[in-house]
Design a protein around this ligand. Structure first.
Ligand SMILES: Nc1ncnc2c1ncn2[C@@H]1O[C@H](COP(=O)(O)OP(=O)(O)OP(=O)(O)O)[C@@H](O)[C@H]1O
Length: 258
């Protein structure tokens, strides 16, 4: 079998490519991930589905350095060995993660939330007082348009709808310029209209960066995914187009038939 380096001899320009090979994670003898192998191309929009406990969160934890695997390899591009980096270093090389629950600053405006993300400075008030350069303003405006909040920049984040808060947080993540975005259950709790707009947003984000989305909402997955990976018991059960996945008897048995 080809290793990641052989399969992609020159990946320096392939930022965002991800190679997870034979990764296993045990918790007290229970294998949450069991020789899991998954590759992502740069710019790809991938959906990760699977029943509860399949290992989706654990995989995200391994990629971001929160959980260390017992075995296997995880590379970002062909040179960056993520297993040698701390969580902070993994964020610095360009892997951003959005958890399921929105964690925007409710007492601050949309604009201030975006400014904080841009400056990546935890000293909140210093950041808010700091002057934004013209190019920083342009980047914030671009992000605000992309997340559909251009007209709401002065609104307090706490007054936004649940969907808008999720988009704001995606915008904040975007301003950190990740090459790979990991997004956990973005549409849980959203209205149908919000779900459709989220589908458009994630499709717009992919291409320039890679996006890995964990989601249970099958209609949403169907609407965005060209490539779906199904996890089951810590292992890749099936991978392919939504049509291939939906007609796979193993997938129907463990997941879609529920
Ligand atoms: N820190 C931990 N200690 C012990 N067991 C754990 C730990 N984290 C996860 N597990 C177990 O590992 C398995 C995989 O969990 P994981 O959260 O990755 O699944 P998931 O696919 O994300 O599920 P869900 O769709 O419910 O979020 C589960 O059986 C879970 O109970």
């Amino acid at each position: 079998m080809n290793t990641h380096a052989e399969a992609h001899p020159s990946l320096d320009h392939h930022r965002g490519a991800l190679f997870v090979e034979n990764v296993s994670v045990s918790f007290d003898g229970f294998k949450a991930l069991n020789e899991l192998t998954l590759y992502m191309d740069p710019g790809e929009l991938r959906c990760l589905i699977g029943p509860n406990g399949a290992g989706k969160t654990t995989l995200m934890d391994v990629i971001t350095g929160k959980t260390r695997p017992d075995a296997g390899e995880v590379f970002f591009g062909d040179r960056i060995d993520l297993l040698r980096l701390s969580e902070a270093q993994i964020a610095e090389v360009g892997i951003g993660r959005k958890f399921q629950k929105p964690t925007v600053f409710e007492q601050l405006s949309v604009h201030e939330n975006l400014a904080l993300a841009l400056k990546q400075d935890r000293r909140v008030w210093a950041t808010l007082r700091a002057k934004l350069t013209g190019s920083e303003r342009d980047r914030m405006d671009e992000a605000a348009v992309l997340i559909g909040l251009a007209e709401n920049q002065q609104r307090l984040a706490g007054t936004l709808s649940h969907g808008q808060k999720q988009w704001l947080e995606i915008g904040m993540l975007l301003l950190q310029e990740p090459h790979l975005m990991l997004i956990d259950e973005p549409v849980a709790g959203m209205t149908r209209g919000e779900i459709e707009r989220t589908a458009e947003l994630l499709q717009a984000l992919a291409g320039e960066r890679s996006v890995l989305v964990v989601e249970h909402d099958m209609e949403f997955v169907r609407s965005i995914a060209r490539h779906v990976t199904v996890l089951h018991q810590g292992h890749v059960l099936a991978e392919g187009t939504m049509a291939q996945i939906q007609s796979d008897p193993r997938v129907i048995e463990v997941y879609l038939g529920e």
